[in-house]
Design a protein around this ligand. Sequence first.
Ligand code: AMP
Ligand code: ZN
Length: 398
Amino acid sequence: MSLQLFDSLSREIKPLYPEDGKQFRFYLCGPTVYGPAHIGNFRTIALHDVLYRTLKTAGLNPYYVRNITDVDDKTIKQSQKEGLSLSTFTNKWANVFADDCVTLNMLSPDVEPRAASHIDQQIDLIQKLVEKDAAYQANDGSVYFRVSAWKDYGKLARLKMEDLQTQKTTSSGAVNTADEYDRENISDFALWKARKPEDGDNFWASPWGEGRPGWHIECSAMSMEYLGESFDLHGGGVDLCFPHHENEIAQSEAATGKPFARHWFHCAFLNVDNEKMSKSLKNFHTLEELLAKMPDPMAIRYSLISGHYRQPLNFTFNGLKAAQSALAKLEKVVTSALQIASIETENFETLFQESPSSEWGIFEKAWQKLCDDLNTPSCLGELFKTLNERTNEEISKN
Ligand code: AMP
Ligand code: ZN
């Protein structure tokens, strides 16, 4: 079976392949670095790590770009609170994030671009939109994307244009309560934010005066910089579907006239008591905090990928304990399968080659589960089954 995955844009399961026939190019919206990432963030990142490894194993030669958001309201506000420059402050948290990724055995992306180092690319993209009349400078000095000029707006989130135009919903997803605003339409979103006193030293020169980019434009500019105007897949947590990814599609396609990402991959939330784990709800756990209670980071990784990516996963400490014992069992069956077959641990792959009937030998079924919409729980189930059967067969032979 070839590798296939649900696409949130077409709402269909579609095969994955590199359009250029050479390299599968994909982008993930990474963390905003204003504090430690929580394990909800790491669920999405771990699932993209599994996707990256699966693409590699399937021979699709993936090229993985994951950004770091290091300039926005939250990073600016928090750096000021701590009396640090924005770059000193965001570097500190980007380093903590990098260490956490290593602890959780995530492969590094091929490129990890930061928004504040790509201001020129963002300005160039906004300039293109202004030239095409898809963006305009408003009385407040900021530049906005003209949502009404983009006929396909709402295609990812399946929003009704009438609701946006009659202003029942704003492009930030909130119900509209504003009486007055500088934009032509409340749904128009900021591409460039005019400098305000509270921004402190954090502003850049642009054709529209001093200011800083809005959040959405960074991902369009950086994905196009490293992957080209059209690429194979774009991913993130399901919270980003609207408005962030909707806005990315609109501004990118309006600027280039070409389809942006061909496939959209969204991971459901890690929840706590059926609510999204998030910093704003203060119901989050960091890796550091969990490791103090459960020193095995691989058990945490196992728990993050143990549910299907399209289903929310409820975080509990009991669930974490269950993940730890499942992992210990898996390690035990792997060890005995290797011992019985007299294979050294470092030659683990030779287990694959034992059955000439299929490419993946005894792991064929587990591999098929991953290829079928990245079904990690079924894949793990097949691994257990196969290794148990294998061990029992060898025991009865000896
Ligand atoms: P942020 O740091 O909020 O920009 O988020 C970084 C990544 O984590 C994004 O791809 C989000 O969609 C994702 N994310 C945030 N919260 C959760 C959650 N509770 N469960 C799964 N993914 C999440
Ligand atoms: Zn993004």
